[in-house]
Design a protein around this ligand. Sequence first.
Ligand SMILES: [Zn+2]
Ligand SMILES: [Zn+2]
Length: 257
Amino acid sequence: MTYSKKSPMITATVSVLKGLRRPPKILASTLAQQCLLCAKPGSKAVLCNACADDLPRLTSVAAGLCPRCAEPTPHSELCAACQTSPPAFDAVSALFSYVYPVDRLVLALKYGGRLSLATWFGERLALLLSAQGRAEQIDCVAPLPLHALRLKERGFNQSAEISRTLASRLNKPLRLDLCVRTRHTTPQTGLTHDRRLANVRGAFAYAGEVDGLRVLLVDDVITTGASVHACAQALLQGGAAGVSVALAARSAQYSRL
Ligand SMILES: [Zn+2]
Ligand SMILES: [Zn+2]
């Protein structure tokens, strides 16, 4: 199955849902009867099996992935950026490449309030982490925090919603108290990697008891990794034994130089 960029269902869904903090119950129950991407009726899942199988898995769009940051590399070797300037996190597990139609799904979750997508991503991340043998290497699951102002404005933290399902499926504690965003930063979109790093430097702080913990930090999507790097740094400063990252989607190619 192929998707048209003008898929009427997703265009209509995103435009209807954009701006809604949470979809009205009647709308949510109606949409739950059909696939979010192709509008096929009768599916209880947010996506039908055919659309789910067609999504661009990160592993299928690259020959290999850097074991540390999941940047595509020819033979799964450490990428050049991780060799010269290693990130604060140890490993990245990511489901999808951040291209169409995954970008629309992330939009529908983040700005359309389609929280069923967070459950869907969380379930699949649990399977991925188990398959990679990383599930046993973590002690707890923590979302990348939103600033209190952003949380109030949006009404939910999409990363926390993904974390909720992921922690439950992995049978690990969900820790919403481990780290906080102390600074309300400007959006990262359009900034160079250096500017992004500067933008989020000191924007996170550990807040809960983190000493000795191996933390799985969860975010919906990253494009350069600057925010998860800054948050992982804060957790390590608090005494975390290590930080790994789980993502619904990641840019398949980015420059951190
Ligand atoms: Zn479908
Ligand atoms: Zn790397």
